[in-house]
Design a protein around this ligand. Structure first.
Ligand SMILES: Cc1cc2nc3c(=O)[nH]c(=O)nc-3n(C[C@H](O)[C@H](O)[C@H](O)COP(=O)(O)OP(=O)(O)OC[C@H]3O[C@@H](n4cnc5c(N)ncnc54)[C@H](O)[C@@H]3O)c2cc1C
Length: 401
C-alpha cells in the first residue's frame, strides 16, 4: 500500500470547510480499493494494513485533530474534527482498529493523566503504535457499573489487582487496558473507584476470547490474578475513578465515531444502488412500504446529523455532554438497527446469479445486521438510555417498581 505522505495540511486558521475539502481530496485519492466496503474487490484488511492506513490518515492531518500539538495532535477544534468525520462517513471505509485508544483512552488520559503518562501514551496512540482496550464491564456489572468487584489494593509503591472483566473489545490485540477497579467494598458503589493504564503483558493477566454471532472474536474475558502494577500506572486520583468513567461513557455515547450519520447515509445509498443494479431486486424499490421505510430512515439520519452538530456547538461553548449523550446513543443505535433490518429484507433474494454489487451488499449488510444487535447494548443499552433521558433530562422520578 502506498499513501501520499507529502501532503500540505491546511493552516489551522483556514476553518472547517477548508479542512473538509482537504479531507475529501486526500481520502478519495488514498483509500485502497480493497478497503472500500462497497466494492466487489473488498477483502478484510489485516491489522497491519489497517494500522498503516490509519497512520497515513494521521500523517495527513485527519486524526488527533483536537489533541494538543505537544502530544502529537493538530491543536484544532471540534469543528475541524467534525468536518473530517463527515468525509470519513461519506466514504465506505473500514472502522478504526484503534477507536478505543483514539476516542476513549486518549481524551481521559489528557483529562486526568500525569505529564509523563501523556508523553508516553498520546503520541503512540496517534501513530498507531499502541492499541487500548476498555476494562469496565464485569459478569455482574454492566448497566449497573457501580457493582464492579475487581479490586486494587495498595502495597507500598505498587497496586495488586484481582478480578475479572468481560466483553472487553480488542483485548487480544491491546497493549494497554483502561481498567476500572475499586479500592474498597462493593457497598461503596461509586466511591473508591480507581482507573489504571495496565500493560496487557503484565504477569497474571489472561485473555479468553469470546466468539460473537458474526463468527468474530473481537471481544474477550480478561482475568486479573495478582497483577502488580506500579503507582505510576494509576490514572487520576484514587477517588476519581467514577467521574473519569462517567466522562468516558459520555464520550462513548455522544462523540465517539462522530461520522455515524454520514456513514449511515452512505450505506443507505449503497443499498439503493445495489438494488438498482439487479433486475430481481429493483422492483422492490417501487413498493410504497419500502419507500416509506427509506424515507423514515433518511429523515432519522438527518435528525442524527443535527444532533451531532448541536453537540459539537454545545461543547465548543464549553458545555459538558452529560446526560444528553444518551439521546445521541439511543438515536444512532436504533436507527442503524432499523437500517440493517431493511437492508437484509431487501437483499434476501440475492443469489449466485445476482450482480456483483448486490452480492457484495448482501455480505456487508449481513455483517451489519448481526453487529447492529450489539449496537443497542454496548455503550449502555437502549433501556438504560431511556431511563437516563426520562430521569436526568426530563427530571422524572427514579422508577422504584
Ligand atoms: C459488542 C460489544 C462490545 C462491548 N465492548 C465492551 C468493552 O470494550 N469494554 C467494556 O467494559 N464493556 C464492553 N461491552 C459491555 C457493555 O458495556 C455491556 O454489555 C452493557 O453495559 C450492558 O451490560 P450487561 O451486558 O451486563 O447487561 P445487563 O446490565 O445485565 O442488562 C441486561 C438487560 O437488562 C436491562 N436493564 C438493566 N438495567 C436496567 C434498568 N435499570 N432499567 C431497565 N432495564 C435495565 C438491560 O437494558 C438489558 O436489556 C460490550 C458489549 C458488546 C455487546
Amino acid at each position: 500500500m502506498h499513501f501520499d505522505h507529502h501532503v500540505a495540511v491546511p493552516d489551522p486558521a483556514a476553518g472547517p470547510e477548508v479542512y473538509r475539502q482537504h479531507a475529501r481530496t486526500w481520502l478519495r485519492a488514498n483509500l485502497p480499493g480493497f478497503m472500500r466496503t462497497d466494492s466487489p474487490d473488498w477483502r478484510p484488511a489485516t491489522l497491519a494494513e489497517s494500522s498503516a492506513w490509519e497512520a497515513a490518515m494521521y500523517q495527513a492531518g485527519l486524526a488527533g485533530m483536537t489533541w494538543p500539538k505537544p502530544y502529537g495532535g493538530h491543536g484544532l477544534t471540534l469543528r475541524e474534527h467534525l468536518a473530517v468525520n463527515k468525509e470519513i462517513g461519506a466514504l465506505p471505509m473500514p472502522e478504526s482498529v484503534s477507536s478505543i485508544g483514539k476516542e476513549l483512552a486518549g481524551p481521559i488520559i489528557m483529562a486526568v493523566g500525569t505529564e509523563a503518562q501523556k508523553q508516553a501514551f498520546l503520541p503512540a496512540i496517534l501513530a498507531m503504535r499502541q492499541y487500548w482496550c476498555q476494562g469496565f464491564s464485569e459478569p455482574d456489572a454492566g448497566s449497573d457499573l457501580a457493582r464492579l468487584r475487581t479490586r486494587a489494593v495498595r502495597e507500598g509503591g505498587h497496586w495488586r489487582i484481582n478480578g475479572q472483566k468481560i466483553w472487553t473489545s480488542g483485548a487480544a490485540k491491546a497493549h494497554y487496558c483502561l481498567l476500572l477497579t475499586r479500592t474498597g467494598t462493593v457497598a461503596d458503589r461509586h466511591r473508591g473507584l480507581l482507573m489504571f493504564a495496565v500493560p496487557m503483558d503484565t504477569p497474571g493477566i489472561r485473555v479468553a476470547p469470546i466468539k460473537s454471532i458474526d463468527g468474530k472474536e473481537s471481544f474477550a474475558e480478561v482475568f486479573f490474578d495478582d497483577v502488580v502494577v506500579p503507582d505510576s500506572a494509576r490514572l487520576g486520583a484514587p477517588d476519581e475513578g467514577w467521574s473519569a468513567a462517567i466522562r468516558v461513557l459520555s464520550i462513548e455515547r455522544a462523540t465517539n465515531r462522530m461520522y455515524r450519520p454520514w456513514r449511515f447515509e452512505c450505506e443507505l445509498r449503497q443499498l439503493i444502488a445495489a438494488c438498482k443494479s439487479d433486475a430481481r431486486l429493483a422492483p422492490a424499490l417501487e413498493d410504497g412500504g419500502v419507500q416509506r421505510r427509506v424515507g423514515e430512515l433518511a429523515s432519522e439520519i438527518d435528525g442524527l446529523k443535527g444532533l451531532v452538530e448541536l453537540t459539537v456547538e454545545r461543547m465548543m461553548r464549553g458545555e459538558a455532554i452529560g446526560a444528553r449523550g444518551s439521546l445521541t446513543k439511543l438515536y444512532w443505535s436504533e436507527c442503524h438497527q432499523a437500517f440493517a433490518g431493511l437492508a437484509l429484507s431487501l437483499l434476501s433474494q440475492v443469489g449466485p446469479q445476482s450482480s456483483p454489487l448486490a452480492r457484495r451488499a448482501r455480505q456487508a449488510c449481513t455483517n451489519a445486521y448481526l453487529f447492529a444487535r450489539a449496537e443497542t447494548i454496548y455503550a449502555g443499552t437502549t433501556e438504560v438510555q431511556l431511563d437516563v433521558i426520562a430521569q436526568r433530562i426530563m427530571n422524572l422520578p427514579k422508577d422504584l417498581t
